[in-house]
Design a protein around this ligand. Structure first.
Ligand SMILES: Cc1c2[nH]c(c1CCC(=O)O)Cc1[nH]c(c(CCC(=O)O)c1C)Cc1[nH]c(c(CCC(=O)O)c1C)Cc1[nH]c(c(C)c1CCC(=O)O)C2
Length: 343
């Protein structure tokens, strides 16, 4: 059994000091990230340049000694590998060709045909397993089908996921077909990451909170459960983190329903609530408000201690409730890590 702290927490151990990493820890708040991104040319070129993607993954590990590194890539590379056009508009985020009709669904590539496009991502994982310190856990990831589908259906990011909800209402078969194709492709994508050396995988369902009632069961819980079951059948004991962001009461029982080893918690719920209702079933990850990385000071120290205290009776991986933002101050990250480790 590995004694890496993240893996111990994922097995359900309660550690005296929670292990820590941050969503988007390799990102624009770091000057060294901005320099490497400029060297690569643009964001997508950075994702597909294995040497440079490994370099930006390692940067926050060198600076802060985080307990985990997360592969540098993006959840939208998988639809790109399925044949969708993807580009990033500066300052505006991702843009894609839309998939909303039976013909466009039928035109997507098969799940075995994604690996040519994604080969550089697997190479990044292999480089990282060689270069990471022996105590650092390597996390691979993918988007959950619903969240990825919201981008494929709209062609861009949306506040309310309106186009995806509309397709679900008007052409359920095509909508469900997109979810199924993504579910199958995600299994193959994550399986290759694990074969290349990812020790944990995380599923990002950033828009899970807009699925209500039975839709949440059908399109957040069920695809996640299927992906986890298929991965664990191939890789027994593989730890999985699920992040059904803003699921609210949907967090309750999510680990049991999906087979996830850890549920990541956003900051729309309090740490005390999550400790009582989610951590009772196993490991949780979260949930400091990322705005503290911008504002810092005593409030950051107090809020960090509060998250540590609230989750101290069960297995816990310290993280933010969502990704660190580009306007964050790197000094505040250092203060957070020091507060966690020194009390
Ligand atoms: C929805 C989503 C995406 N990507 C991701 C999600 C789910 C998590 C979340 O809710 O944030 C996940 C993601 N994106 C990125 C990672 C790498 C690992 C990490 O450091 O966490 C991960 C895990 C790099 C990235 N992905 C992106 C950046 C910024 C790109 C840049 O350097 O300009 C990074 C570091 C771009 C991206 N990628 C995406 C959007 C909407 C954007 C634009 C918004 C933005 O600019 O922050 C899609």
């Amino acid at each position: 059994m590995s004694d890496k702290t993240i893996l111990r927490a994922l097995r359900g151990e309660v550690l005296p000091t929670p292990p820590v990493w941050m969503m988007r820890q390799a990102g624009r708040y770091l000057p060294e990230y901005r320099a490497t991104r400029a060297q690569a040319g643009d964001f997508l070129s950075l994702c597909y340049n294995s040497e440079l993607a490994a370099e930006v993954t390692l940067q926050p590990i060198r600076r802060y000694g985080f307990d985990a590194a997360i592969l540098f890539a993006d959840i939208l590379l998988l639809p790109q590998a399925l044949g969708v056009d993807l580009w990033f508009e500066t300052g505006e985020g991702p843009r894609m060709s839309t998939t909303t009709t039976p013909a466009e669904l039928a035109a997507l590539k098969g799940c075995d045909d994604i690996h040519d496009t994604l080969a550089p991502i697997y190479e990044t994982v292999r480089i990282l397993r060689r270069e990471l310190p022996s105590e650092t856990t390597l996390i691979g990831f993918a988007g959950a089908p619903w969240t990825v589908a919201t981008y494929m259906i709209a062609g861009h990011g949306t506040r309310d996921q309106g186009p995806a909800h509309a397709l679900k209402a008007t052409d359920r078969a095509t909508f469900a077909g997109i979810i199924d194709r993504l579910t199958e492709a995600t299994v193959e994508y994550l399986a290759k990451q694990v074969e290349a050396g990812a020790e944990v995988v995380k599923l990002f369902d950033s828009w899970a909170g807009s699925l209500k009632g039975q839709d949440f069961e059908d399109f957040a819980v069920a695809p996640t459960a299927r992906i986890i079951a298929e991965l664990k059948a191939r890789f027994p004991g593989l730890p999985v983190i699920a992040f059904p962001r803003e699921a609210g009461e949907g967090y309750v029982g999510f680990a049991k329903k999906t087979g996830a080893d850890c549920v990541a918690i956003d900051n729309s719920v309090s740490a005390d609530w999550a400790a009582a209702h989610v951590q009772k079933d196993g490991c949780v990850q979260g949930n400091l408000d990322p705005r503290h990385m911008v504002t810092g000071g005593d409030a950051l120290v107090e809020a960090t201690r509060e998250v540590v205290r609230a989750f101290s009776k069960g297995p816990h991986i310290f993280n933010l409730g969502h990704g660190i933002t580009p306007d964050a101050d790197p000094e505040n990250v250092a203060l957070m890590v020091e507060t966690i480790r020194k009390g």
